[in-house]
Design a protein around this ligand. Structure first.
Ligand code: CMC
Length: 436
């Protein structure tokens, strides 16, 4: 690496040992080179040029983003510069949503206006309830909510006008506002209960709890501890930079699809057990282990690669996920109201073993956001199938902030990775009678 003087530009020298030629490429802020700068490296003039091969994007920056910062080695997470623990302690999900979308914390009147906007877009068209009626009683909640978000794009055809900032903002508000309503409808459909309409005087999380759990006309008053705990969980899940689902949102959005259609793709990515579906998978794993006595056998299975310890490990964090420590503290507060989740003992023992055994220590496997969240959700009365949806509600703002940033970035265009072709050489078609 060289620092070539006057303008302070840093460069990287590359020598191609096939040809003996030397190349200099600029090192940009963030210690990155442009992959396109590799293209000049050729053996012959008519070669395509060199590319970087990076399946699963383990070392490829797809964007320059100002939204969320993670230092995986130190276990640091910040939204727009603000540490996650300060936001979890002092902010609300809607204030954090404003911050993620606009880049700055709102003034009181800006926050009041935003909360008002979101609150007055919580209703969904009545035909959406017919859509839910089309699902079997045992349909997975995430499948129902994904379908409902896809359906919303047909109610708002103007959303296709993605170049118009006002139209974009309207869809952002609608999606943040309607996700809890759709999530609650999926639960009520599963239970065979009548849908409860949004109550505009309630907070974002209290309104969601009301739509889920109110029975008949009786007033439902969620415990303030649970209302706040849910809001904290929403803050912790709001964004996580270029993860699988955010990347899906950006890639689909780069084709200029409307945000509902793009979000359907992001939700599909989140649903997977290696991503946001892990919270459901953790709970099912804890139930399957069943008792602390069965843990040693389970952990042997993990070490033999017959099992995966769900809720552990992360592509970016090689330290304790800061979200997991906040969730663990929040769990104590929730259990004071709901009673202790009996699966907690199994989870604590799994964590104790994992933090001390070589297999996990050598691979930097620490609890991630999904390890303890399911225990809280279960104690609060949410069914397991709703867990990925409980991740999708707050992540909606992260997806939309990433989508908006991508659209406003002049460097972005339709996403289109390259491949290294390893298939057959050209050959002539063989008619079916002549095939062996
Ligand atoms: N249990 C057992 N072994 C694991 C685990 C785990 N949970 N996670 C990683 N490993 C091992 C893996 O087998 C590999 O070992 P080796 O080098 O000997 O082959 C090593 O650790 C590195 O793992 P990797 O699969 O190369 O790591 P990755 O960055 O591709 O995967 C991950 C990250 C999150 C998909 C993975 O850790 C995992 O599957 N965890 C369980 C699922 C989970 O909890 N997902 C939620 C992630 S946090 C929420 C979110 O943001 O989505």
């Amino acid at each position: 690496m060289a620092d070539n003087g006057s303008e302070g530009t840093k460069t990287l020298s590359i020598r191609d040992n096939r040809t003996g030629k030397n190349y200099e490429v600029d090192i940009l802020d963030g210690d990155v080179i442009r992959a396109m700068d590799l293209r000049q490296i050729k053996v012959n003039d008519d070669d395509f040029g060199m590319m970087a091969y990076d399946p699963a994007f383990t070392n490829t920056a797809s964007t320059r983003s100002a939204i969320t910062f993670i230092d995986g080695g130190k276990g640091i997470l910040r939204y727009r510069g603000y540490p996650i623990d300060q936001l979890a302690e002092r902010s609300s999900h809607l204030e954090v949503s404003y911050l993620l979308l606009k880049g700055e914390l709102p003034t009181q009147s800006q926050l009041d206006d935003f909360v008002h906007e979101v609150t007055f877009h919580t209703y969904v068209h009545e035909n959406i309830t017919d859509l839910f009626e089309g699902f079997r009683y045992d349909a997975h909640a995430m499948g129902m909510v994904i379908s409902a978000v896809a359906a919303l794009s047909t109610f708002y055809p103007e959303a296709k006008d993605i170049e118009n900032p006002d139209v974009r903002w309207q869809q952002i508000v609608r999606l943040i506002a309607k996700m809890p309503t759709l999530a609650a409808y999926s639960y009520r459909h599963h239970r065979g209960l009548p849908y409860v309409y949004p109550e505009n005087e309630l907070s974002y999380s209290a309104n969601f709890l009301n739509m889920l759990f109110r029975i008949g006309t009786r007033e439902y008053k969620p415990s303030p501890v649970l209302e706040r705990a849910l809001d904290i969980l929403f803050i912790l899940h709001a964004d996580h930079e270029q993860n699988c689902s955010a990347s899906a949102m950006r890639v689909i959005g780069s084709a200029q699809s409307d945000p509902y259609s793009a979000m359907v793709g992001a939700m599909g990515a989140l649903y997977g057990p290696l991503h946001g579906g892990a919270n459901e998978a953790v709970l099912r794993m804890l139930e399957r282990i069943g008792s602390v006595d069965n843990i040693p056998a389970f952990m042997e299975g993990v070490k033999k690669r017959e099992e995966r310890l769900m809720g552990f490990g992360h592509r970016v964090y090689k330290a304790y996920d800061p979200r997991a420590s906040i969730i663990k503290r929040t769990a104590d507060e929730v259990f004071e109201v709901t009673g202790r989740n009996p699966l907690l003992d199994i989870a604590l023992e799994l964590e104790r073993i994992a933090l001390n055994e070589d297999f996990f220590v050598e691979r930097n496997l620490y609890p991630n956001v999904d390890f303890y969240s399911g225990l809280i959700y279960q104690a609060m009365g949410f069914p397991v199938e709703l867990f990925p949806v409980l991740f999708a509600i707050p992540r909606t703002v992260g997806w939309l902030a990433q989508w908006q940033e991508m659209l406003e970035d002049p460097e972005q265009k339709i996403a289109r990775p390259r491949q290294v072709f390893i298939g057959a050489e050209p050959r002539d078609f063989v008619s079916i009678d002549d095939r062996g």
